[in-house]
Write a protein that binds this ligand. Structure first.
Ligand code: UD1
Ligand code: UDP
Length: 375
């Protein structure tokens, strides 16, 4: 065969961050023709990543609408991808992780009988409603995939337990570390002056993010009220919260945490400043998936604002703790990490269960061997 035509499909911020190094590695390889199709399930939050990594998509379905439902995302992305897939006729489609774009990308490929490579495969919480709908998106994508790129051994075990053939599985690490190593810099200066003015040496800066669908409503209220109490009880704490663009998150965040001294509600940060803010923060509180993987490699303790995680590796290593979504528990765990130096030090260890920065190269090599073996 001539060049292997590989089409990468992604649509949201985390997929773009984690697929950017893969796209770059595909572009470098002479035996591959790399095509990028974005659904643009996210718009601004996606575009900043494309700009940072200088990726110009060949196809942009531009499906984002404010407050879009899961069915809307699914149906519009599926229709759009059918057309693109017919035009491009790729040998393989690459999808990433667990978003609705991921699942729809693999389904659209299946409908055209195109092979699917799943990056960040095999993570499982074993609860289909947590994370919702991501656990099911990732599981279904696994069913539709021909190559599974697992970040860890545990992810491979999960796939083996579901009857997936070991020959289709590769343990590659997570590309998030490839991306992170490119953007975190010593003595980084923010272009946002508000962030430059924070005293990271003498204050305890908590970086907060929250956006999960299953946390919308009461759980998110609990999280925000816990943060309000933390500020009232700890004079040396500042909280920085880059608020996700989802209107349901924004309304609640500004209602409960707006105009409170030492709580900085800011716009979502571009990836480079965000990663550098993680590196400067004292502690991270989040319901994000990607941040649970990045923070351990920066040696930052993380409290996960969820009841379950599909990323148990850093929990086992002791740098990540499940804090749940109840106000008292979140308050108490956070308060302890602020005031008990020993407890803090026990968690603040740099560990790297998710990769060594060379994951993208491994993925490209696996794709090439897959097609060589088939020849
Ligand atoms: C999506 C993914 C989730 C991932 C998250 C990363 C699904 C079902 N959910 O959730 O797995 O963790 O992205 O952030 O695939 N919005 C904007 N501009 C943007 C992005 C979002 O205005 O650039 C607003 C829109 O009103 C949009 C809403 O946020 O309707 C929610 O976006 P959506 O993609 O549906 O869900 P997320 O919560 O972002
Ligand atoms: N992130 C970012 N700016 C922000 C918040 C997060 O660039 O204001 C990055 C973060 O470093 C991680 C990714 O976005 O790489 C995580 O995205 P998100 O939390 O939206 O999604 P999830 O990982 O939960 O799917």
């Amino acid at each position: 065969m001539g060049k292997i035509k590989v089409m990468s499909i992604f649509g949201t911020r985390p997929e773009a961050i984690k697929m950017a190094p893969v796209v770059k590695a595909l572009e470098k390889d002479q035996s591959i023709e790399s095509i990028v199709c974005v659904t643009a399930q996210h718009r601004e939050m996606l575009d900043q990543v494309l700009k940072l990594f200088d990726i110009k998509p060949h196809y942009d379905l531009n499906i984002m609408k404010a407050g879009q439902t899961l069915s809307e995302i699914t149906s519009r992305a599926l229709m759009g991808l059918e057309q693109v897939m017919k035009e491009v006729e790729p040998h393989m489609v690459l999808v990433h992780g667990d978003t609705t774009t991921t699942f729809v990308g693999s389904l659209a490929a299946f409908y055209q009988q195109v092979k699917v490579g799943h990056v960040e495969a095999g993570l499982r919480s074993h609860n289909i409603y947590s994370p919702y709908p991501e656990e099911m998106n990732r599981t279904l994508t696994g069913k539709l995939s021909h190559l599974h790129f697992c970040p860890t051994k545990g992810n491979r075990e999960n796939l083996l337990n579901e009857g997936i053939n070991d020959e289709k599985i590769a343990i590659t690490g997570n590309t998030v570390i490839d991306a992170l190593l490119q953007v975190v810099k010593k003595d980084y200066k923010f272009s946002n002056e508000q962030l430059n003015h924070i005293d990271y040496e003498n204050k305890k800066v908590i970086l907060l993010t929250a956006h999960r669908r299953e946390n919308l409503g009461a759980p998110m209220e609990n999280i925000f009220y816990a943060m309000k109490d933390i500020i009232q009880n700890n004079k040396d704490v500042e909280i920085v919260f880059p608020v996700h663009l989802n209107p349901k998150v924004r309304n609640l965040a500004y209602e409960i945490l707006g105009n409170i001294e030492r709580i900085h509600l800011i716009e979502p940060l571009d990836y480079e400043p965000f990663a550098n803010l993680m590196a400067k923060a004292y502690l991270i509180l989040t319901d994000s998936g990607g941040i649970q993987e990045e923070a351990p490699s920066l040696g930052k303790p993380v409290l996960v604002l969820r009841t379950e995680t599909e990323r148990p590796e850093a929990v086992k290593a002791g740098t990540v703790k499940m804090a749940g979504v109840e106000k008292d528990e979140i308050f108490s765990l956070t308060h302890t990490l602020i005031n008990d130096e020993k407890a803090y030090k026990r968690m603040a260890n740099a560990i790297n269960p998710y990769g060594d920065g060379k994951t993208s190269e491994r993925i490209v090599e696996n794709i090439k061997s897959f097609f060589v073996t088939k020849k």
